[in-house]
Design a protein around this ligand. Sequence first.
Ligand SMILES: Cc1ncc(COP(=O)(O)O)c(C=O)c1O
Length: 375
Amino acid sequence: MERVEPMTGVRAVARVNLAAIERNCAQLARASPLLCAVVKANAYGHGAVECSRAALAGGASWLAVAAAAEARELRDAGIVSRILVMGAMTRGELAIALAADADVVAWTDEFLDWCGVLGGGRVHVKLDSGMGRLGTRDPALADALAERAAASAGLELAGAMTHLATAEEADRSFMDAQLEFFSTWVAPLRDRHPGLIAHAENSAALLGAGRARFDMARCGGAVYGLDPFGVDPAAWGLEPALELRSWVAAVKQCEVGDSAGYGRRFIAEQPTDLAVVPIGYGDGVRRLLSNNADVLICGRRRALVGTVSMDNVTVDLGLQSGVAVGEPVILLGLDGAERIGAEELAARQGTINYEITCAVTPRVPREYHRDGEPR
Ligand SMILES: Cc1ncc(COP(=O)(O)O)c(C=O)c1O
């Protein structure tokens, strides 16, 4: 059989279309002119530094991360935009965030004490309007913290925020109650501090409403072309930016009764050919996809069969498929008219699309391009 040289020169690669990220941000910025691109967790697996640059080029003006070290990484790469560290931090991490000139999020007096001792910085006060995670549930305490930050030398009251628990759900009642609770708190605060930036919305809340209700929206999933509602990013004019690709490393003839992979969870019931594809759960292709996924080869869907192992999967080609060793295999992305979305993979695994892209491990090199052209 003819041998095709693998296109990328590596066993598995995550190709990221930066032009798609730019266009997604331009689209989101039409709904929220002040746009904060959430680039935590290595930009949902896509690569924090490159995606941050693309998001800023596309129309975002802020970036948000969860951890101090993530802010440090962006600064070290030369990124100068405002960066908000949204997560809870130890005192040591706060020192790193402030040294990186990041904005930080406060909901206790002790945290403001630390900010003061560490030389001060820009603070966003967080109200827990129903997420039940970070933030104070007490609007009076949130007010007191805001006034203290505004009045303290070295501290700046930069923002007021909350986070929504159910923005992607069809029933809007809980989200509406959260928005109401937040609005009631933030409106007078904003009147007293006109420069303060109020922000609450994530991708689902912004897309669902079509326009921002507050000063800034914090969007993550939509930036990468992931549908926060888990169905179809194209319905929102969003383009998935990530392609996960490997190659056919071997084609094996199988007779009836031959098996493939750990536990013999595939046994041929008729003669067939199997492709061995060198990508596995060590790369982020979860074991839950064993006997439970399609891949794209030469523009056609083929069934992943047998157990996903750490470094390999097997794919049923059928007889006389014409598929040669070296042919590219798309596990996530587009091939001709066929597409496998993170939404499809998530549905098969009982999870959400965000977890699919975050799961791609550091072993898989990220390769950046703009609509297929080198950057
Ligand atoms: C506090 C906060 N704001 C905004 C976002 C962005 O959410 P999404 O990716 O759904 O737009 C996240 C993501 O989890 C978050 O934790």
